[in-house]
Design a protein around this ligand. Structure first.
Ligand SMILES: *Cc1c(COP(=O)(O)O)cnc(C)c1O
Length: 609
């Protein structure tokens, strides 16, 4: 007991060195103060230690997780009535990365399934109807490019056929042959060898995509060489670049597993034109090229609550616009309005859901895609319960049978569910919180321009991209400097006062920010030129390779701010932390240019704990 007490005291003391995410002085990464309903729900559920892998280990919280998935689906504009088919299905993950991996895992299973059925049917001497044609009349290219709902319908047709066959051993042989021909059974290499027309599939992402997409390609054995990164404009997916990539895939007959749109890029908060990805699919589908659409909304997903009325309908652009100064642009509105057309969406409750780690989520528009990956485990999952009108979710209570992860926290599910019940995901409830952070962003956006004027005699300070969400980047260059390397050194020194490092107690910091680097490849020519000229940097010092000379650099360091805290503009004591921050930054710029060491104090220091 004494040792435990001692260790707990030490822990409690050591944790004082943690990052004060809850402070309005924290505007660094995607973390902020936590919502009490979620935090308390999580702590309440934690001692029961429910395991949401299966309801046998979590009779209460598994249903909460399924409900939370439907709540998210409704916010995104997907069909969320589980008594109807198709209906969406969503579940929690440990984070956005895993949700992204799972989206590819599911799409691969569904889209390659028809090829396995045809191979197996050939082997067993039978045939199925696939849409209006027999399966045997379709080649591998056509089968891979079936729309998702046709692949799902084909699986249903197989099941009906297998169940109706009076010759049980023949049915059993066919079922086994289908399993034997699947890409999950054969592995990617053998599957491609047996289907030479189906070269390794590609996944198309914008250059701004999160690094988890590289990991996903490695993990699934698809290969990062088959991750096609396409150009952006202003850090938003460029529809012309997407069209060119699809034209190339069509020409080379490369199967496109999926196109990923990012709703709120991790580094810049910019929002891809999701509606244009949906339009591209319509265009190319008519030419025989089809692809899944996954939206990585790990960051921006919850902003969709602003766009939903209480009855679940989509609010008009004018209605949304009325609450803001700038938000949302037409493109941003259309992007949110198109979310319901995606096949799957990643959303992180532990980011803009203001909930504890680890809570990510994957929501799929059609719950039947999960049947393609069902995994038996006799000790854990009994024979799946068939859905009934009375209990449509019955089989999904064996959650671990259908998802990538195994044992998982039921306490996290309780946190998400209770939060969504307390603050429903519409503009009058959860949306109010999101509105606060967007209004803070608009305030900051305007305030940074005054800041730029205030330091104009010593530095050029610009916003490299107009923000689409509550994430704002700033680039700073001392006046008279034209070397990118020197600009980076200067920004590094400024950032040195804003970051968490082990040398300095967090309590001595005035503010916390974050930073990121823009590479030339990611920026593209037009955006590079625009930003460099606004900063007065010689374009010749922005190189593709590092270390060309001491004036040059291969990336541009910029400050990054995530404005999540609802008390940034009008904290209870009347403090405006964004004003304080801008004054502090102006002081830092001046003192660093004087070669100063001590940052000027601003306002009251942060609280000691
Ligand atoms: C944060 C983020 C991820 C990864 O989510 P984790 O919860 O950190 O695993 C993926 N994509 C985007 C766009 C993100 O912002």
């Amino acid at each position: 007991m004494a040792r435990m007490r001692r260790e707990l005291h030490l822990l409690s003391a050591a944790l004082k060195h943690s990052v004060p995410f809850s402070s309005p002085r924290y505007i660094g990464h995607m973390a902020s103060d936590l919502l009490l309903p979620g935090l308390i729900a999580q702590m309440t559920a934690l001692p029961y230690n429910p395991n949401n892998v299966v309801d046998e280990a979590a009779p209460v919280t598994v249903d909460m997780e399924i409900d939370a998935g439907l709540q998210l689906a409704r916010m995104l504009g997907m069909p969320a009535d589980e008594t109807r088919c198709p209906s969406a299905f969503g579940h929690l993950t440990s984070g956005g990365s895993v949700a992204n991996y799972e989206s590819l895992w599911l799409l691969r299973a569904v889209r390659f399934f028809p090829l396995a059925v045809r191979a197996a049917a050939q082997r067993c001497g039978c045939d199925f109807d696939c849409g209006d044609r027999p399966l045997s009349a379709l080649d591998d290219w056509a089968l891979f490019n079936l729309p998702l709902d046709q692949a799902i319908a084909l699986r249903a047709a197989c099941e009906t056929h297998l169940a109706a066959d009076a010759d049980r051993s023949r049915a059993e042989a066919l079922a086994q042959a289908i399993e034997a021909e699947r890409i999950e059974t054969l592995g990617v290499a053998e599957f491609c060898a047996r289907h030479p027309k189906c070269l390794p599939p590609v996944v198309i992402v914008p250059v701004t995509a999160h690094y988890s997409w590289d990991k996903a390609m490695k993990l699934l054995g698809l290969g990062t060489a088959n991750l096609w990164r396409i150009a952006t404009r202003g850090m938003r997916l460029d529809p012309a670049a997407l069209d060119a990539a699809l034209a190339r895939a069509h020409f080379e007959q490369r199967p496109v597993l999926c196109v990923v749109g990012v709703l709120g890029t991790t580094e810049f908060g910019t929002i891809d034109p999701i509606h244009r990805i949906v339009a591209a699919r319509q265009h190319w589908q008519a030419r025989g090229l089809n692809f899944g659409i996954h939206i990585d909304a790990a960051w921006g997903g919850y902003l969709a609550s602003i766009f939903r009325a209480e009855d679940g309908s989509l609010r008009s652009h004018e209605q949304v616009r009325a609450d803001f100064r700038y938000f949302p642009s037409h493109e941003v509105y259309d992007a949110f309005a198109a979310l319901g057309d995606a096949d799957s969406v990643t959303v992180d409750p532990h980011k803009l859901g203001y909930l504890p780690y680890g809570a990510g989520a994957l929501v799929c528009r059609d719950h039947r895609v999960f049947d393609f990956v069902a995994q038996d485990a006799p000790y854990a999952f009994s024979a799946p319960a068939a859905p009934t009108a009375h209990d449509p979710r019955a089989r999904f209570r064996a959650l671990g049978r259908y998802i990538l992860e195994g044992s998982k926290s039921g306490a996290a599910a309780a946190a998400v569910y209770v939060t969504h019940r307390t603050l429903p995901l519409d503009h009058r409830h959860f949306g109010r919180l999101q509105r606060e952070s967007l209004l803070a962003t608009e305030y900051f956006f305007d305030r940074v321009r005054t800041l730029a004027d205030a330091v104009a005699d010593v530095a050029r300070l610009i916003l490299p991209f107009e923000p689409d969400s509550n994430l704002v980047c700033i680039a700073i260059n001392p006046l008279g400097n034209s070397s990118l390397a020197r600009m980076n050194d200067f920004t590094e020194r400024i950032y040195g006062h804003l970051k968490v490092d082990r040398q300095q107690p967090v309590q001595t910091r005035q503010f916390f920010g974050s930073s990121t680097r823009l590479s030339r490849a990611a920026l593209g020519g037009t955006d590079s030129q625009r930003i460099l000229s606004a900063l007065g940097i010689d374009p010749a010092t922005f190189c593709d390779r590092p270390g060309v000379d001491e004036r040059s650099a291969d990336s541009m360091l910029i400050l990054r701010h995530t404005l999540m805290n609802p008390w940034l503009r009008d904290a209870p004591a009347g403090t405006n932390y964004l004003d304080l921050y801008c004054d502090y930054l102006a002081g830092l710029i001046r003192s660093e240019l004087r070669g100063g060491v001590s940052p000027p104090a601003s306002g009251t220091p942060p609280p000691a704990t």
